[in-house]
Design a protein around this ligand. Structure first.
Ligand code: PLP
Length: 282
């Protein structure tokens, strides 16, 4: 695998980052994950918009401009040919003696790699997945795509140990999102997803689903999802760039709806697959 590190394209085994990098010492950085279908990045400008917002929020000067990001991604994908892939892209504040306050005159560390993108197991379309609820113990700026993911990792691990695929996080009596996914519920035939604020990551897949619903006349509301809404939902979905739209059919061990992926999910999934196919075909 060829990776990108600070302007160079290198075999992964030769890429080196200092132990004094603030990403390593503090988790002081931000990241993006961009899915690529048939050589084309899905919603690239939206991913770069979010990267720029994350960088601005943590006060790291953008190391590349738009044209620079696009060029780097194009070259990195050329070095790593394949069909469906995803690019992981990370910017940290850089290398400096350990001190919490920002170092003077340090340039950011920019790293990117390409991973295979494996679509969800086809069995999931028949059975869905299990999720468990748990308190959202994260900080109050969940809108920043920070590499500091300890609370998300602990939540996901707890879910896995409970035999589930994802944790659905609860804050102040409301469901915010998954440990690494956004949340949708269907009640009375209407899709509901929590509005974008500092309690959740503004997912690119989330926004695409909202847009597809509008394009195809499927009723959707951006509104808080209470614990009661979640438990009464006919359908629950989780979205992310790598998981697409996952139907949740068991919540805390209890069947969601009739315990099978629902009809609104099937309709939305069809539109999402068509969108991907159109991207592949250019
Ligand atoms: N929420 C969190 C906490 C995430 O980590 C992710 C993605 O990893 C998402 C939501 C989904 O975002 P996207 O659709 O941009 O992948």
């Amino acid at each position: 695998m060829t990776v990108y590190l600070n302007g160079e394209y290198l075999p992964e085994s030769e890429a080196r980052v200092s132990v004094l990098d603030r990403g390593f010492l503090f988790g002081d950085g931000v990241y993006e994950v961009v899915p690529v279908y048939g050589g084309r990045c899905l919603r690239l400008e939206e991913h770069l918009d979010r990267l720029e917002r994350s960088l601005a929020a943590v006060r790291i000067e953008p190391p590349l401009d738009r044209a620079g990001w696009r060029d780097m991604l194009t070259r990195l994908l050329e070095h790593n040919p394949g069909e469906d892939r995803s690019v992981y892209l990370q910017v940290t504040r850089g290398v400096a003696r350990r001190d919490h306050a920002f170092p003077a005159d340090t340039s950011p560390t920019v790293f990117a790699m390409v991973n295979a993108l494996t679509p969800p197991d086809p069995a999931v379309r028949e059975t869905g997945v299990a999720a468990v609820t748990m308190p959202d113990t994260r900080w109050s700026r969940c809108d920043i795509k920070a590499i500091t993911l300890l609370a998300n990792i602990l939540a996901r691990q707890q879910a896995v140990e409970a035999g589930a695929t994802e944790a659905i996080l609860m804050r102040g009596g409301r469901a915010t999102e998954g440990a690494a996914s956004n949340l949708f519920v269907v009640g009375d035939g209407v899709i509901v997803t929590p509005p974008k604020d500092q309690s959740l990551l503004p997912g690119i897949t989330r926004d695409l689903v909202v847009e597809l619903a509008a394009d195809h006349g499927i009723p959707l509301m951006e509104a808080p999802v209470t614990e009661a809404d979640l438990r009464a939902a006919e359908e629950i979905w989780l979205t992310s760039s790598t998981k697409e739209i996952l139907p949740v059919t068991r919540l805390d061990g209890v069947p969601v709806g009739d315990g099978r992926p629902g009809p609104v999910w099937a309709r939305m999934m069809k539109h999402y697959q068509t969108y991907k196919q159109q991207l592949r075909e250019g």
